[in-house]
Design a protein around this ligand. Structure first.
Ligand SMILES: *Cc1c(COP(=O)(O)O)cnc(C)c1O
Length: 210
Protein backbone atom coordinates (compact mmCIF):
# COMPACT_ATOMS: atom_id res chain seq x y z
CA UNK A 1 0.00 0.00 0.00
CA UNK A 2 2.81 2.43 0.85
CA UNK A 3 4.23 2.15 -2.67
CA UNK A 4 0.88 3.38 -4.02
CA UNK A 5 0.46 6.22 -1.55
CA UNK A 6 4.01 7.53 -1.59
CA UNK A 7 5.43 7.83 -5.03
CA UNK A 8 6.52 10.55 -7.38
CA UNK A 9 5.30 9.04 -10.62
CA UNK A 10 1.55 9.37 -10.28
CA UNK A 11 -1.13 10.80 -8.02
CA UNK A 12 -3.07 8.36 -5.92
CA UNK A 13 -6.59 9.35 -5.00
CA UNK A 14 -7.44 7.32 -1.91
CA UNK A 15 -11.10 6.42 -2.47
CA UNK A 16 -12.64 6.68 0.97
CA UNK A 17 -16.32 6.21 0.07
CA UNK A 18 -18.26 4.35 2.79
CA UNK A 19 -15.24 4.53 5.13
CA UNK A 20 -15.48 6.34 8.49
CA UNK A 21 -13.68 9.55 9.42
CA UNK A 22 -11.18 7.85 11.68
CA UNK A 23 -9.94 5.51 8.94
CA UNK A 24 -9.43 8.44 6.62
CA UNK A 25 -7.60 10.32 9.38
CA UNK A 26 -5.15 7.39 9.64
CA UNK A 27 -4.21 7.66 5.98
CA UNK A 28 -4.06 11.46 6.33
CA UNK A 29 -1.62 11.02 9.21
CA UNK A 30 0.68 9.08 6.89
CA UNK A 31 0.93 12.28 4.87
CA UNK A 32 -1.70 11.60 2.24
CA UNK A 33 -3.86 14.50 1.06
CA UNK A 34 -5.91 13.30 -1.93
CA UNK A 35 -9.18 11.54 -1.15
CA UNK A 36 -12.08 10.57 -3.40
CA UNK A 37 -15.79 10.29 -2.71
CA UNK A 38 -18.75 9.46 -4.94
CA UNK A 39 -21.71 10.80 -2.95
CA UNK A 40 -22.28 14.46 -2.29
CA UNK A 41 -23.73 14.16 1.20
CA UNK A 42 -20.90 11.92 2.35
CA UNK A 43 -18.33 14.24 0.81
CA UNK A 44 -19.82 17.22 2.65
CA UNK A 45 -19.80 15.36 5.96
CA UNK A 46 -16.18 14.32 5.58
CA UNK A 47 -15.11 17.74 4.38
CA UNK A 48 -16.51 19.31 7.54
CA UNK A 49 -15.00 16.71 9.88
CA UNK A 50 -11.48 16.33 8.52
CA UNK A 51 -8.52 18.72 8.08
CA UNK A 52 -9.01 21.50 5.58
CA UNK A 53 -5.86 20.83 3.59
CA UNK A 54 -7.32 17.66 2.06
CA UNK A 55 -7.84 17.72 -1.70
CA UNK A 56 -11.29 16.24 -2.20
CA UNK A 57 -12.00 14.48 -5.48
CA UNK A 58 -15.57 13.93 -6.69
CA UNK A 59 -15.33 10.67 -8.61
CA UNK A 60 -18.95 9.54 -8.94
CA UNK A 61 -21.84 10.57 -11.16
CA UNK A 62 -22.90 14.05 -10.13
CA UNK A 63 -26.54 15.07 -10.28
CA UNK A 64 -27.01 18.60 -11.52
CA UNK A 65 -29.09 19.62 -8.47
CA UNK A 66 -26.15 18.80 -6.20
CA UNK A 67 -23.49 20.74 -8.04
CA UNK A 68 -24.02 23.78 -5.86
CA UNK A 69 -22.96 21.82 -2.77
CA UNK A 70 -19.92 20.23 -4.34
CA UNK A 71 -18.31 23.18 -6.08
CA UNK A 72 -17.19 25.09 -2.96
CA UNK A 73 -15.43 22.10 -1.36
CA UNK A 74 -14.03 20.08 -4.24
CA UNK A 75 -10.54 20.20 -5.66
CA UNK A 76 -11.18 18.12 -8.80
CA UNK A 77 -14.39 16.76 -10.35
CA UNK A 78 -13.51 13.58 -12.28
CA UNK A 79 -16.98 12.86 -13.54
CA UNK A 80 -18.14 15.49 -16.02
CA UNK A 81 -20.38 13.29 -18.16
CA UNK A 82 -22.66 15.73 -19.95
CA UNK A 83 -22.54 19.21 -21.43
CA UNK A 84 -25.44 20.14 -19.17
CA UNK A 85 -23.39 19.22 -16.09
CA UNK A 86 -20.41 21.15 -17.39
CA UNK A 87 -22.58 24.25 -17.84
CA UNK A 88 -23.99 24.01 -14.33
CA UNK A 89 -20.58 23.52 -12.75
CA UNK A 90 -19.47 26.63 -14.61
CA UNK A 91 -22.49 28.61 -13.44
CA UNK A 92 -22.17 27.59 -9.78
CA UNK A 93 -18.42 28.22 -9.82
CA UNK A 94 -18.98 31.67 -11.24
CA UNK A 95 -21.37 32.50 -8.40
CA UNK A 96 -18.61 31.95 -5.85
CA UNK A 97 -15.83 33.30 -8.01
CA UNK A 98 -14.04 29.99 -8.32
CA UNK A 99 -12.42 28.20 -11.24
CA UNK A 100 -13.24 24.51 -10.75
CA UNK A 101 -10.86 21.85 -12.02
CA UNK A 102 -12.66 19.16 -13.98
CA UNK A 103 -12.00 15.97 -15.90
CA UNK A 104 -14.18 14.79 -18.75
CA UNK A 105 -15.36 11.23 -18.14
CA UNK A 106 -15.11 9.01 -21.19
CA UNK A 107 -16.98 5.72 -21.47
CA UNK A 108 -14.26 3.35 -22.64
CA UNK A 109 -15.89 0.12 -21.52
CA UNK A 110 -18.41 -1.96 -23.43
CA UNK A 111 -20.70 -1.98 -20.40
CA UNK A 112 -23.66 0.32 -20.89
CA UNK A 113 -23.99 0.79 -17.15
CA UNK A 114 -21.08 3.23 -17.07
CA UNK A 115 -21.44 6.98 -17.32
CA UNK A 116 -19.39 9.19 -19.58
CA UNK A 117 -19.18 10.53 -23.10
CA UNK A 118 -18.80 8.05 -25.93
CA UNK A 119 -15.41 8.16 -27.59
CA UNK A 120 -17.02 9.59 -30.73
CA UNK A 121 -18.80 12.39 -28.83
CA UNK A 122 -15.85 14.37 -27.59
CA UNK A 123 -15.15 16.80 -30.40
CA UNK A 124 -16.67 19.47 -28.16
CA UNK A 125 -13.46 19.47 -26.10
CA UNK A 126 -11.85 22.25 -28.09
CA UNK A 127 -10.50 25.69 -27.37
CA UNK A 128 -13.36 27.76 -28.73
CA UNK A 129 -15.99 25.79 -26.82
CA UNK A 130 -14.09 25.86 -23.56
CA UNK A 131 -13.44 29.58 -23.84
CA UNK A 132 -17.12 30.14 -23.12
CA UNK A 133 -16.74 28.48 -19.72
CA UNK A 134 -14.40 30.70 -17.80
CA UNK A 135 -15.13 29.17 -14.42
CA UNK A 136 -14.13 25.65 -15.25
CA UNK A 137 -10.73 24.36 -16.19
CA UNK A 138 -10.63 21.06 -18.03
CA UNK A 139 -7.51 19.35 -16.71
CA UNK A 140 -7.81 15.98 -18.37
CA UNK A 141 -9.80 12.81 -18.84
CA UNK A 142 -11.15 10.02 -16.63
CA UNK A 143 -12.29 6.54 -17.53
CA UNK A 144 -13.14 3.15 -16.09
CA UNK A 145 -12.35 -0.11 -17.81
CA UNK A 146 -14.74 -3.05 -17.99
CA UNK A 147 -14.98 -5.27 -14.94
CA UNK A 148 -13.24 -8.11 -16.67
CA UNK A 149 -10.61 -10.67 -15.80
CA UNK A 150 -9.40 -10.56 -19.34
CA UNK A 151 -6.32 -8.38 -19.20
CA UNK A 152 -6.35 -7.82 -22.94
CA UNK A 153 -9.76 -6.17 -22.83
CA UNK A 154 -8.87 -3.90 -19.91
CA UNK A 155 -5.50 -3.05 -21.42
CA UNK A 156 -6.92 -2.11 -24.80
CA UNK A 157 -9.59 0.08 -23.17
CA UNK A 158 -6.92 1.95 -21.20
CA UNK A 159 -4.72 2.29 -24.27
CA UNK A 160 -7.65 3.68 -26.18
CA UNK A 161 -8.23 6.33 -23.51
CA UNK A 162 -4.54 7.19 -23.46
CA UNK A 163 -4.65 7.78 -27.21
CA UNK A 164 -7.64 10.10 -26.86
CA UNK A 165 -5.91 11.87 -23.96
CA UNK A 166 -2.79 12.54 -26.02
CA UNK A 167 -4.85 13.98 -28.86
CA UNK A 168 -6.69 16.32 -26.50
CA UNK A 169 -3.47 17.25 -24.72
CA UNK A 170 -1.91 18.31 -28.01
CA UNK A 171 -4.69 20.75 -28.76
CA UNK A 172 -5.56 22.24 -25.36
CA UNK A 173 -3.45 23.90 -22.68
CA UNK A 174 -3.70 22.78 -19.04
CA UNK A 175 -4.49 19.17 -19.95
CA UNK A 176 -2.21 17.04 -17.82
CA UNK A 177 -4.30 14.51 -15.92
CA UNK A 178 -5.26 11.05 -17.09
CA UNK A 179 -7.33 9.47 -14.31
CA UNK A 180 -7.61 5.74 -14.86
CA UNK A 181 -6.99 2.66 -12.75
CA UNK A 182 -8.62 1.23 -9.59
CA UNK A 183 -7.51 -1.40 -7.05
CA UNK A 184 -7.82 -4.29 -9.46
CA UNK A 185 -6.46 -2.74 -12.61
CA UNK A 186 -4.19 0.17 -11.67
CA UNK A 187 -1.04 -1.60 -12.80
CA UNK A 188 -2.42 -2.04 -16.30
CA UNK A 189 -3.61 1.57 -16.23
CA UNK A 190 -0.18 2.90 -15.26
CA UNK A 191 1.43 0.84 -18.01
CA UNK A 192 -1.04 2.37 -20.44
CA UNK A 193 -0.13 5.95 -19.45
CA UNK A 194 -2.28 6.83 -16.43
CA UNK A 195 -0.92 9.48 -14.08
CA UNK A 196 -3.76 9.45 -11.54
CA UNK A 197 -5.20 6.28 -10.04
CA UNK A 198 -8.28 5.99 -7.82
CA UNK A 199 -7.66 3.31 -5.23
CA UNK A 200 -10.23 2.30 -2.62
CA UNK A 201 -10.24 -1.27 -1.35
CA UNK A 202 -6.51 -1.79 -1.68
CA UNK A 203 -5.95 1.06 0.79
CA UNK A 204 -8.98 0.85 3.08
CA UNK A 205 -9.97 -2.80 2.75
CA UNK A 206 -13.10 -4.19 1.15
CA UNK A 207 -16.36 -2.24 1.30
CA UNK A 208 -19.62 -3.77 2.45
CA UNK A 209 -21.58 -1.65 0.00
CA UNK A 210 -20.88 0.76 -2.83
C1 LIG B 1 -15.17 3.08 -5.90
C2 LIG B 1 -14.45 3.71 -7.03
C3 LIG B 1 -13.07 3.54 -7.18
C4 LIG B 1 -12.21 2.67 -6.28
O1 LIG B 1 -12.55 1.34 -6.38
P1 LIG B 1 -11.62 0.19 -5.74
O2 LIG B 1 -11.88 -0.98 -6.62
O3 LIG B 1 -12.07 -0.01 -4.35
O4 LIG B 1 -10.21 0.64 -5.83
C5 LIG B 1 -12.47 4.20 -8.23
N1 LIG B 1 -13.16 4.98 -9.09
C6 LIG B 1 -14.48 5.16 -8.97
C7 LIG B 1 -15.18 6.04 -9.94
C8 LIG B 1 -15.18 4.53 -7.94
O5 LIG B 1 -16.50 4.72 -7.83
Amino acid sequence: MKDILHNKDFTCVAVSKTKPIKEIQKIYDLGHRDFGENKVQELEHKYHNLPKDINWHMIGHLQTNKVKKVVPIVSLIHSIDSIKLLKIVNKESKKINKVTNCLIQINISQENTKYGFDTNEIDFINKSFLKEYENIKIRGLMGMASFSNEENIVKSEFENLNKIYNNVKNSIDDIEILSMGMSNDYKLALEAGSNMVRIGSKIFGARNYQ
